[in-house]
Design a protein around this ligand. Structure first.
Ligand SMILES: Cc1ncc(COP(=O)(O)O)c(C=O)c1O
Length: 339
């Protein structure tokens, strides 16, 4: 069985692994104070064209979200997300566990809109309610769509005007960065207070790079990290990986590769008139299919069952990664054509 379950089903991209092996015997100081973390930080600052941004390397996505969001918000403040948002659905209430409410808005193709953010802001009128203070979005979204540059600018402008912070979860940022109308790293740094560049789902063995752009949110963050168990003693493993991914655009190459494979799978479903849900050119494909068709697919491939849409129709998710085999994609496309 070949797995299309996820983009973290394999280890690390060979170039990342090579860099880890080549530096394996070196001795370095711990906790992210080593030369590789400094080099990776410098590359990120250069690529976002902002020398004043702070960069921190953490191990996983949930960890970044809860460490950063709970650092920014005061006890009575809350964060806004979509009803599909990762912090709302898939993080075991980690944000609520730190004492902050997640205020949920209906998604529009997986995305928050200014209108939906505003409805929440306006309905929280005084100190008898929590105070919405942060907007959380993810790029790409839980439904495989992405915010265009224009959409991001509009949301950021709204947050600034209304005293909110904007935080972007970039677990799969590379899949979005290579889209023509998506914001570049420079655009993201100009239009968020903080964001993270995901590594775990983008060819790293593990790791996420949190970029804090807003200077007001930078001081003492390492104390918060340490208290939340978010500083890795062998921090250089993160520096080595992010330096390798970002110095020569390997990160974007991975995004391009996985997207192209997903596009050919999506196209095959569309050609057979299946309902592709929230179509988009990223590495996640959502499609509604009958149980019979699913049975055929599952004779050879593993896919994620998202939910039963109606009688005999299941929404499934297929994900490609840096390691997805072109041969297996050809087999899957062939099988879809036979359905
Ligand atoms: C958008 C998004 N954010 C955060 C996470 C959480 O990452 P982790 O499982 O490393 O905690 C995921 C995981 O799938 C994700 O898709």
């Amino acid at each position: 069985m070949y797995s299309f379950l996820n983009d973290y089903s394999e280890g690390a991209h060979p170039k990342v692994l090579k860099a880890l092996i080549e530096t394996n015997d070196e001795q370095s100081v711990g906790y992210g104070m080593d030369d590789y973390c400094q080099k990776a930080k410098a590359v990120i600052q250069e690529r976002i064209n902002n020398q004043n941004a702070d960069v921190h390397f953490l191990v996983g996505g949930t960890q970044v979200n809860l460490t950063f969001i709970s650092y920014v918000l005061k006890d009575y403040q809350a964060v806004i997300a979509t009803d599909e948002g990762h912090i709302h659905v898939h993080e075991a209430g980690s944000i609520e566990g730190t004492g902050h409410k997640v205020l949920v808005a209906p998604h529009h193709f997986g995305k928050l809109t200014v209108e939906n953010i505003e409805k929440i802001v306006k309905s929280h009128t005084d100190e008898h309610m929590v105070q919405p203070k942060m907007v959380y979005i993810s790029q790409t979204t839980e439904l495989g769509t992405y915010y265009t540059k224009d959409e991001l600018e509009k949301i950021y402008a709204y947050t600034k005007k209304n005293g909110l912070y904007l935080f972007m979860d970039g677990a799969r940022l590379g899949s979005a960065l290579v889209q023509n109308d998506a914001p570049s790293l420079v655009d993201i740094a100009k239009n968020t207070d903080a964001f993270y560049i995901g590594g775990t789902k983008m060819g790293a063995l593990f790791g996420e790079a949190l970029v804090i752009v807003n200077p007001l949110l930078q001081s003492d963050f390492r104390y918060q990290m340490k208290q939340k168990g978010s500083i890795l003693a062998k921090g250089r493993l993160l520096g080595v990986q992010f330096y390798t991914l970002l110095k020569n655009r390997l990160y974007e190459e991975i995004g391009e590769y996985e997207n192209q494979l997903a596009i050919s799978i999506r196209k095959a479903f569309e050609e057979k008139n299946f309902n592709v849900f929230c179509p988009s050119s990223t590495n996640q494909v959502f499609v509604d299919i009958s149980k019979e068709a699913l049975n055929e697919i599952e004779k050879e491939f593993m896919v994620t069952h998202i939910k039963e849409i109606k009688d005999n129709v299941i929404r499934i998710r297929i994900v490609t990664s840096w390691a997805t085999s072109q041969e297996q994609v050809r087999k899957l496309v062939h099988l879809i054509h036979q359905l």
